[in-house]
Design a protein around this ligand. Structure first.
Ligand SMILES: NC(=O)CC[C@H](N)C(=O)O
Length: 207
């Protein structure tokens, strides 16, 4: 039985739990979904999802609760699967292009990330994206972008593979090796469409 943790310090963690539970119920996967707030909860996990929210708050809470060192060790373990969405993508990145004094990142994903790359809350949007090149049959996924970051630069082009680029050339999904996934958008807000979560479970956790 694999254990998938969703970091629950801050942000949209409940939605991730709900989408994963739906996948498990629909497909009968041998997986348990838990929220993670403590080192003990983290220790039982095979995978960790870092949700969207506010990377400044996530970083601060992790520092204050003493979780930072545990999270850093966990995500750098190559036997673990890791997925960062939106603020979670910022938090796992190696470097921030802006507001770098506000976030102490986990320095996992070998990229430089730009926070709020599309502007403020009012510039948030939903875009139907064709992810079929990496998720078989997924031609029309409703990707929700909320004050979303983008991957501005890839430091290690051998390790990091861009998975999806918007028409303006901005990278909004990438993988690193076979265990790390990062998305600028929120698949856990996709109108009950759990295809992205299903793909993560099959491709990264249950593989
Ligand atoms: N939806 C989100 O996760 C927004 C991320 C937020 N703008 C940040 O910089 O942390």
């Amino acid at each position: 039985m694999k254990c998938v943790g969703v970091l629950a310090l801050q942000g949209a963690f409940a939605e991730h739990v709900e989408y994963f539970e739906k996948c498990v119920a629909d497909h009968g996967y041998e997986a348990k979904i838990v929220t993670v707030r403590t080192p003990e909860e983290l220790a039982q996990c095979d995978a960790l999802v870092l949700p969207g929210g506010e990377s400044t708050s996530m970083s601060l809470i992790a520092q204050r609760t003493g979780m930072f060192a545990h999270l850093r060790k966990f995500v750098h373990d190559p036997t673990k699967a890791v997925w960062g969405t939106c603020a979670g993508l910022i938090y796992i990145s190696q470097e921030l292009a802006n507001e770098r004094e506000l976030v102490q990142p986990l320095e996992l994903l070998k990229v430089r990330v730009k926070r709020n790359a599309f502007g403020r809350q009012a510039q948030s949007f939903v875009q139907n994206c064709n992810f079929s090149e990496f998720i078989p049959g997924c031609h029309d996924f409703p990707a929700v972008f909320i004050r979303a970051p983008v991957i501005e630069h890839i430091f290690d082009t051998e390790a990091v593979k861009p998975l999806f680029t918007l028409e303006n050339g901005l990278i909004v999904a990438a993988s690193q090796g076979d265990n790390i996934l990062a998305t600028s958008f929120h698949p856990e807000l996709a109108e009950n469409d759990s295809r992205f979560h299903d793909w993560f479970l099959r491709q990264f956790v249950l593989k």
